[in-house]
Design a protein around this ligand. Structure first.
Ligand code: HEM
Length: 151
């Protein structure tokens, strides 16, 4: 099967999601508590301001990437290909991460406030979706399944 998505673009996706996963995990924050900052070269993970900005950078890059892929899917690829259950699940997880992430961005704005219960639900959902995206990637590797197949 010819590749719809170039190897280079696939690597960009992997790097962006890795940046989001690392910077997101550091928002909890665990780097100082579990002495990750003591590992030579990893001290910067304890800089909350930096990892927060990196998470926003990763989120912006992800939005550009998803916008590009979704446009090409709508205009061209969906005529010749379908998403497998793995592909559908990944699309749903990424959409959920963008949605819940956007609410968290709103919550961080100085003049916006939400009541604690719904925002806690959003926080936990964002974290759970990130965890599930990691599990899905592992399961896909393990089963050697693909995300797309020709019609
Ligand atoms: C693959 C995609 C993503 C992954 C793996 C990811 C992962 C994470 C993790 C693990 C956390 C910390 C968990 C928690 O505190 O509950 C977090 C927090 C956050 N994420 Fe994401 N995230 C992703 C995408 C996004 C996107 C697309 C946005 C914005 C549109 C976003 C915005 C945020 C915000 C604002 C926070 C909270 C930062 C703070 O404490 O102020 N994330 N993310």
């Amino acid at each position: 099967m010819s590749r719809l998505i170039s190897r280079r673009l696939a690597w960009v996706y992997i790097l962006v999601v890795t940046l989001l996963a690392v910077s997101g995990t550091m928002q909890m924050p665990i780097a100082s508590r579990y002495r990750i900052v003591a590992v030579p070269g990893l001290g910067w993970l304890g800089n909350f301001w930096l990892t927060h900005k990196l998470h926003y950078l990763g989120a912006s890059l992800l939005l550009v990437l998803v916008g590009d892929l979704a446009t090409r899917w709508m205009l061209e690829w969906r005529r010749s290909h379908v998403l497998t259950p793995f592909g559908l699940t990944r699309a749903a997880l990424v959409a959920g991460l963008i949605l819940t992430g956007a609410v968290r961005v709103l919550k961080n704005l100085p003049n916006v406030s939400f009541s604690p219960e719904p925002i806690m639900l959003i926080d936990w959902t964002h974290l759970a979706l990130a965890f599930l995206l990691g599990l899905l990637a592992l399961a896909r590797r393990w089963t050697k399944a693909s995300y797309l197949r020709p019609r």
